[in-house]
Design a protein around this ligand. Structure first.
Ligand SMILES: Nc1ncnc2c1ncn2[C@@H]1O[C@H](COP(=O)(O)OP(=O)(O)OP(=O)(O)O)[C@@H](O)[C@H]1O
Ligand SMILES: [Mg+2]
Length: 335
């Protein structure tokens, strides 16, 4: 015990004021006192202004009850410097069970306290930084939303001019594309995770909006959508691509009086994600496929951006089937 590197003392509760009767070198090193200065004294000389009164009361109770105790309290060295002491206290009993001594070890845990304090400060700083970042994201969200709304409003105003009906239709198509982008943006920010985009949810909402806007009740929608989360960076292109294909089916496949079904499926396969958009409408006329319209070139450009393979073909007995093979690389990494 004398040579141990852990500070130890023994006290004798049978003597007046419960004095120290043994202290090892590690205890003297820890406290800065000499052996003569500690022998015969009650341990309370280690206490000072910052010693926790509740911890001191615990020690008193454990001694009175003759039980073990582990407690932490601030103690003071001879030179007045404070340290956090992890104190363990045990009664040592004689043959007939009476408490003969108390045996105590002291460990200086000031460093651990400092580290805990530093960690707590670092945590507070991180929380503050996170809050700043979140505020910034909200601010950007707000501005992008406002800007997109402004763009929509300008296009809408221009489309009110009825002197050129073809221009008006083009403007309304553009408006629908801008609105598709607005929805993507809105969804990303509403979801609480701006890094991933839920394709199935988006498709469901978009179709609701687009079919609703036609005012048609004779177009049925059938959905079979596997949940797929893609990287936010791909969301705009993917949303615009779906917007083009859904709009085409709703605009061209079912002339007034021709009811039908629009079926959309998304499935995750071994090497790719496959989206299929099918309608049982009038089908693309052979002359139409040779047209180089803006819609076609947009579909091609977006497919290229996504690394997707988009094939448009007829359905039997009638209608149009579009198959999009999307690379798995656009899928968002799991969190
Ligand atoms: N699902 C469909 N059913 C029937 N015809 C279609 C379908 N999709 C496309 N088409 C035909 O193909 C043509 C080309 O489509 P595309 O999307 O390129 O042009 P658009 O829709 O007429 O105009 P925009 O450039 O605004 O998209 C359409 O005009 C239409 O005749
Ligand atoms: Mg089109």
């Amino acid at each position: 015990m004398r040579a141990s590197s852990i500070a130890m003392v023994m006290t004798d509760p049978t003597l007046p004021d419960h004095p120290i009767v043994f202290a090892n070198d590690a205890f003297l090193r820890l406290t800065g006192y000499s052996l003569l200065e500690v022998m015969g004294r009650n341990c309370r000389f280690l206490q000072g202004p910052d010693s926790d009164a509740a911890a001191i009361a615990d020690i008193r109770r454990a001694i009175a009850a003759g039980v073990d105790l582990t407690v932490e309290l601030v103690n003071y060295r001879k030179d007045g410097s404070a340290f956090h002491n992890a104190l363990s206290l045990s009664p040592v009993r004689g043959k007939s069970g009476e408490v003969r001594y108390f045996f105590a070890t002291q460990v200086d845990v000031t460093d651990q306290h400092r580290q805990t304090d530093e960690l707590r400060h670092a945590n507070l700083a991180l929380a503050a930084a996170l809050e700043t970042a979140t505020t910034l994201v909200h601010e950007i969200d707000h501005r992008v939303k406002n800007n997109l709304q402004m763009v929509s409003a300008m296009i809408l105003l221009q489309s009110l001019d009825r002197s050129d009906l073809r221009l008006r239709d083009s403007l309304l198509d553009t408006l629908s594309r801008v609105e598709a982008l607005s929805t993507v943006h809105h969804r990303l920010h509403r979801s609480g995770d701006v890094s991933r985009f839920d394709v199935a949810d988006y498709v469901r909402d978009l179709l609701d909006d687009l079919v609703g806007a036609t005012g048609r009740t004779d177009i049925r929608v059938r959905l079979d959508l596997m949940p797929v989360l893609v990287q936010a960076g791909k969301s705009a292109a993917l949303a615009l691509l779906f917007n083009e294909l859904f709009t085409n089916a709703l605009k061209h496949a079912f002339p007034p009086g021709t009811p039908g079904t629009l079926a959309v499926s998304i499935a995750r396969e071994a090497t790719c994600i496959v989206a299929v958009i099918e309608d049982d409408g009038v089908g693309v006329s052979p002359t139409a496929t040779r047209l180089s319209t803006f819609g076609q070139s947009l579909i091609q450009t977006l497919s290229r951006q996504l690394g997707a393979e988009t094939t448009i073909g007829p359905m039997s007995p009638s209608g149009t089937r579009v198959r999009i093979e999307l690379p798995l690389a656009i899928v968002a990494a799991p969190v």
